[in-house]
Design a binder for this molecule. Structure first.
Ligand code: C5P
Length: 403
């Protein structure tokens, strides 16, 4: 496991994003790290020490002046007996204290006393992040050698506001931790990858189009996961509402033919993961002007033409990537169809999933997949799409290393 034996001191400060720190603790421990938590007084207004203690399987340190805690390890040992200090969420207030060397509670005293690397994941209202004082503090902290992950752009949990201020997701924080602690946790460094994602829109006329229910969530998550492992990733995305992932070059296209051009123009690459739900057909000759509805006239017939198969083209290309991975969205005979697709498309691996409406997978946030390859079939449990992405990126790294 990537973080086996690593000792992490996690400081949780006050903010609604503290709920994500519970998941962060899980993710760190899953990877073999031990987590010792400190909570500020404000943090305890958002999540309880009981929950933090249960998830970390550790005593939760909250008080600088607790005789019991000081006898147990003491704030100087707390500050030193670890490989890394994470502050997540890092509130504007705690950042200000850090920047000025204040030490009036356990969290700030430990941060002042530590000689270990410190990674902070700021989370705050976009206006607070943009405020001149916070800008100055962030610059000071960066100059002091404090590592930052985020904040990210997006909607705030507590209001309808959007902007920069959202805490990085737990998996993004974990990836930053791995980068800081272990250079080998980037097994795809130096590799190039192309990922397609989302639906395509096939125009009928300038205002109407044929599309499907793909959200782009799975493909975007895979692009981000490959980038976290160090790959240089280009994401070719159809029209989606999910944001461009961090650390990835995103190319936006509409039609299947544009998607094919964008993919082919970027070959050769080491890895191709074709996740897009490309429309099988386009309208043979889309109208240049909006088709008018005229009283009494029959609806216009839609003549369809077959779209290029991007996966198949890449799978049989003379610049074929070392690893070609396709998806198979099926509603029946998943394994049989998956195997046939492996063959037909010239892919090394097919990620097959059941997109029957009752599964809620298409457009949803979870996925249940089977990995079909020459090595056999591996069935993964029900997972979040980001977890599927994370596992797939790891599997890709292993296959490439073995190849
Ligand atoms: O043939 P089918 O659409 O079921 O195959 C799905 C896989 O093929 C997915 O990986 C999808 O991205 C890819 N595909 C493609 N171009 C198409 C159709 C599918 O790249 N025109």
């Amino acid at each position: 496991m990537a973080l086996t034996g690593k000792r992490i001191l996690l400081i949780i400060s006050g903010g609604i994003a503290a709920y994500k720190s519970l998941d962060l603790i899980r993710r760190l421990r899953e990877r073999g790290a031990s987590v010792r938590p400190i909570m500020t007084r404000a943090a305890q207004e958002f999540v309880t020490p009981l929950a933090v203690g249960a998830l970390s399987a550790s005593h939760v340190y909250v008080d600088l002046f607790s005789r019991e805690d000081e006898q147990d390890v003491g704030h100087i040992r707390l500050a030193r007996e670890n490989d890394l200090v994470i502050v997540a969420p890092a509130s504007a207030d705690l950042m200000a204290k850090m920047a000025h060397g204040l030490a009036d509670d356990l969290a700030s005293a430990v941060l002042l006393a530590t000689d270990r690397p410190v990674l902070i994941a700021p989370a705050m209202n976009p206006k607070m992040w943009a405020a001149a004082a916070t800008r100055r503090n962030a610059e000071t902290l960066k100059a002091d050698g404090i590592h930052f992950i985020g904040p990210m752009a997006g909607e705030m949990a507590e209001s309808n506001e959007a902007g920069i201020g959202r805490m990085a997701e737990p998996l993004e924080i974990v990836a930053a931790v791995e980068r800081l602690l272990d250079g080998t946790a980037r097994p795809l460094a130096g590799k190039t990858a192309i990922v397609t994602s989302g639906p395509t829109h096939e125009p009928i006329d300038p205002v109407r189009y044929i599309a499907n229910r793909s959200s782009g969530r799975q493909g975007h998550a895979i692009a981000a996961a490959l980038a976290r492992l160090g790959a240089d990733v280009t994401l070719v995305s159809g029209p989606v509402t999910v944001p461009d992932p961090a650390g990835v070059k995103t190319v936006h296209v509409e039609r299947a033919e544009e998607m094919l051009d964008a993919v082919l123009s970027r070959l050769p690459v080491d890895i191709a993961v074709m996740v897009a739900a490309v429309a099988d057909w386009r309208v043979a000759s889309s109208a240049d002007q909006k088709i008018k509805k005229r009283p009494g006239e029959a609806p216009p017939p839609l003549q369809l033409a077959e779209n290029p198969d991007i996966l198949k083209t890449v799978g049989h290309h003379d610049k074929r990537p070392k690893l070609v991975i396709g998806f198979a969205a099926e509603t029946q005979d998943i394994e049989k169809n998956g195997r046939a697709k492996l063959e037909r498309k010239g892919a090394d691996m097919i990620v097959a999933n059941d997109v029957s409406p009752e599964t809620g997978i298409m457009g949803g946030s979870r996925n249940r997949v089977k990995i079909i390859s020459a090595q056999g079939i591996d069935e993964w449990p029900d997972l979040g799409k980001d977890e599927v992405a994370e596992r797939l990126a790891q599997l890709i790294a292993e296959r490439l290393a073995g190849a």
